[in-house]
Design a binder for this molecule. Sequence first.
Ligand code: TYD
Ligand code: MG
Length: 443
Amino acid sequence: MKKIKALIFKCASCGHEEPKWLGRCPECGEWNTLAETAAGPRRAAAEGRAGRSGDAAGPFPLSSVDPSEGKRTGSGIDELDRVLGGGIMKRSAVLLGGEPGIGKSTLLLQAAAAALTQGRILYISGEESAGQIRMRADRLGLSPLDRIEICCTARLEDILPILDKVRPVLIMADSAQTLHTDEAGPAPGTVNQMKFCAYELISWVKEHDAALFLAAHVTKDGLIAGPKTLEHMVDTVLYFEQGGNPGAYGECRFLRAVKNRFGSVDELGIFTMGEQGLRPVADPSLLFLVRREGDSPPGIAIAAALEGSRSLLVEIQALTVPAKGSISRFFSGSIETGRVSRVAASLEKHLSLRLSDQDIYVNIAGGIRINEVGLELALAAALYSARTNIPLRSKTAITGELSLTGEVLPVRRLGVREKTAAGLGFSLFTAKDVKTAITGLFG
Ligand code: TYD
Ligand code: MG
């Protein structure tokens, strides 16, 4: 019988495989990048490295598995631990994405200095020189510096022997985009290169009981073709986002988990970026309130919202102006526009408040994005106040979810919200339906 030769054509840019040659890669759109490859043996070898081959793969009784595999150690930074789900998990790989300049390298260096791990800590930098990293460490006032070992290369062939020699328990790799290897095609900086190198580093930490943080640049337009392809390879994906600049507190930075095998993705880490780097904000309750002399202007309502396990008071600001087009439009960066339009529709229907001829702008002070049902009643109050030009009475924090029928549904963890409000001198307000609420607040 005639033997059929299995051919694989692999894209040198993104690693996509096709059974036949094509002029253009259907995955990444690059031209002339598909080349015949002997992918089989290399892939098998790589998969063997993941520590799941042979005896290690089992099967064995679940009772015989060492539960300390799931042990965590503190990163030394509470806000980071919170987002990770309670600390750094052994054998885990964490992708830290964010725009250039947001503070990824700073966070990795601060965490390297503060981590409560027993063992060596390796900071791999393909972006900055050892001198630059030292200058940053000094600027941040980090000490002691002896426990952080630096290696300034991004070439996998150089990194792997260092890992085998040093046996670090914590590895900071900065950044995924700079990693490269001779084995993953001739073009450096491609997605293929990044995936290949990240896979090797992740395999190494899984085999050696270490933990890996991998920084990755993400651009504003959301085109994260590169780091996005790493998301499924890692255990946890964190994104660092820019917040507003609430007065005396410096610039805000929010750390969110978008994937977490070891914890929830609801938690938010809050930092401010100042002269001495990132400072965790353990009690953010004042961060999203604007301090004013006297009463608030119309269009402002304070919501007692939940963000992860924390309760926050946030200032919702609304503005309504006659629509410039024939239909009303919603502009909201902090609260989903779908939610804003639903609450506006509810006010229109149940209170006969005309909003459909208005353009509606909504914001939360401090630039935080909140996606929690409990702020809907406060949003309704802010919109009502903006449209009618009647200010809300001060020191009132509002909570409640609005149903389409105009009823206010009870929210989770009312006690926690009440306590936060009381702590800041606010009384908590809720009602059984939107009509009673508006009468109670403005009547
Ligand atoms: P960096 O960690 O280099 O960002 P990334 O690695 O995400 O690109 O942070 C750079 C920014 O942070 C830069 O604009 C300077 C600022 N910064 C401070 O404001 N204070 C500090 O103490 C440090 C170290 C940086
Ligand atoms: Mg950096």
